[in-house]
Design a protein around this ligand. Structure first.
Ligand code: AHG
Ligand code: MN
Ligand code: MN
Ligand code: MN
Length: 323
């Protein structure tokens, strides 16, 4: 089986980006070790700090953020970083060609119940000149690589460098990622959806109607039964969609009018959208293709509807968008 470096070499990925992706892979292997030690390493539970999102940070949110920040600052290819757990962008190396945005631990609420968590990352080219938050405000279409690492029963990495989406599995013996699927393809049709149903009364009318029609099953306009899954970690839900198709959404809601969206554009929606598009799926807000959004700030949030292409199109048709 091919290693990560061998696969990137076969894709003719340049030496700098290869170095950066190897840094991300090696750091995630170290994170996998910390996550696996759980209570034995005293890493479970919460801290007393809040992040810029207004969430109480878990100990592992802080530990994994520091591991990634330290490793990326030490990598000469990195110009700077942005993280869910950092209020501001962090400058790294003056000569670095890349900007890395990351969610160091996605699915924090799963940590204390020993369920799925992962790391999500997005790599953008660093513009020439001064480094600041503005450097990161590029559409997701500009990403030169994106991926996630899932700390599940096996540790897996999904990665794209714009040449399809690949899966790697961590070999626990050699502690290296080996290529286990070189061309992930999302089935265009599906009978499975993922949404936090407890927010139903807070959704916009189009999403209310779309989900209601799925729930009607064979007696409704869709004339088929749909199954539902919700892992409560975007990495886990998107991984399932990449493996066997499906539609995943965290739609607009008015539960808290000051915060109509949950997921973050730069380090959740954009990298997942690129992985999904590269696997033949689609990713939209309901009104706009995610990868075409011009960001206005690093922590901005968006509605997300992604997965099997035909099912995303059907969902968009409820939003008045015809494909
Ligand atoms: P994070 O743990 O990085 O803050 O992200 C959590 C996100 C995402 O992973 C998941 O899809 C969603 O929150 C779960 O939301 P609910 O708590 O509404 O299920
Ligand atoms: Mn969080
Ligand atoms: Mn997250
Ligand atoms: Mn997180």
């Amino acid at each position: 089986m091919q290693t990560l470096a061998q696969t990137l070499s076969a894709q003719a990925v340049n030496a700098s980006l290869t170095q950066l992706l190897v840094t991300l892979a090696e750091t995630s292997i170290a994170i996998s070790g910390a996550v696996r030690h759980g209570a034995l390493a005293g890493v479970l539970g919460a801290t007393e700090q809040e992040n810029v999102q207004g969430e109480t940070q878990k100990k592992l949110d802080v530990i994994t953020n520091d591991m990634l920040k330290d490793a990326l600052k030490a990598d000469s290819t990195v110009r700077g970083i942005a993280s869910e757990e950092e209020d501001y962008v962090v400058e790294a190396n003056a000569q670095g060609q890349y900007l890395v945005s990351f969610d160091p631990l996605d699915g924090s609420s799963n940590i204390d119940i020993n369920s799925l968590v992962g790391t999500i990352f997005s790599v953008l080219p660093a513009p020439a000149g001064e480094f600041n938050e503005q450097s990161f405000l590029q559409a997701g279409r500009n990403q030169v690589a994106a991926g996630y690492v899932l700390y599940g029963p096996s540790t897996m990495m999904a990665l794209t460098t714009g040449q399809g989406t690949q899966f790697y599995t961590l070999d626990p013996d050699s502690q290296t990622f080996l290529l286990t699927n070189d061309n992930v393809q999302i089935t265009p049709d599906t009978a499975e959806f993922a949404i936090n149903m407890s927010n139903q009364r807070f959704w916009e009318a189009p999403m209310q109607t779309y989900i209601a029609d799925l729930l009607l099953g064979k007696i409704g306009p869709r004339e088929q039964s749909f199954n539902m899954r919700w892992i409560a970690a975007m990495v886990g839900d998107v991984h399932r969609v990449l493996c066997r198709g499906g539609i995943f959404t965290y739609p607009t809601d008015n539960k808290n009018p000051a915060k109509p969206f949950k997921l973050r554009l730069m380090y959740e929606a954009n990298p997942m959208a690129l992985l999904v598009e590269q696997a033949g799926g689609k990713a939209s807000t309901g009104y706009e293709t995610i990868l075409d959004i011009q960001p206005t700030e690093i922590h901005q949030r968006v509605a997300v509807i992604l997965g099997s292409a035909n099912e995303v199109d059907i969902c968009l048709s409820y939003h008045g968008i015809d494909y």
